[in-house]
Design a protein around this ligand. Structure first.
Ligand code: FES
Length: 82
């Protein structure tokens, strides 16, 4: 299974969440707050909304709750994008 993250191909395993694919690829953060602070997984269970990103054009998807699918186009986002 392969997704793209800001246009770069990233390989994952069937069943992984988007966050799981990103973490396994060595990425600890993929979003910034208004102040520029990095954010990635915090709670990991869909409660904190720290892990937001854009999936196939849909913004504010929680990476820890969204199962990755082959061909997904992931865009990281900043507060200004939301
Ligand atoms: S890490 Fe908290 S909602 Fe995803």
């Amino acid at each position: 299974m392969e997704i793209t993250v800001d246009g770069e191909p990233v390989a994952g395993l069937d069943g992984q969440t988007v966050a799981g694919v990103l973490l396994a690829a060595g990425r600890k953060s993929w979003r910034t707050t208004r102040s520029g602070a990095p954010r990635g997984v915090f709670c990991g269970i869909g409660a904190c909304f720290d892990c937001l990103l854009t999936v196939n054009g849909v913004p504010d998807v929680r990476a820890c709750r969204r199962r990755a699918a082959d061909g997904d186009e992931i865009r990281t986002q900043s507060r200004e994008d939301a």
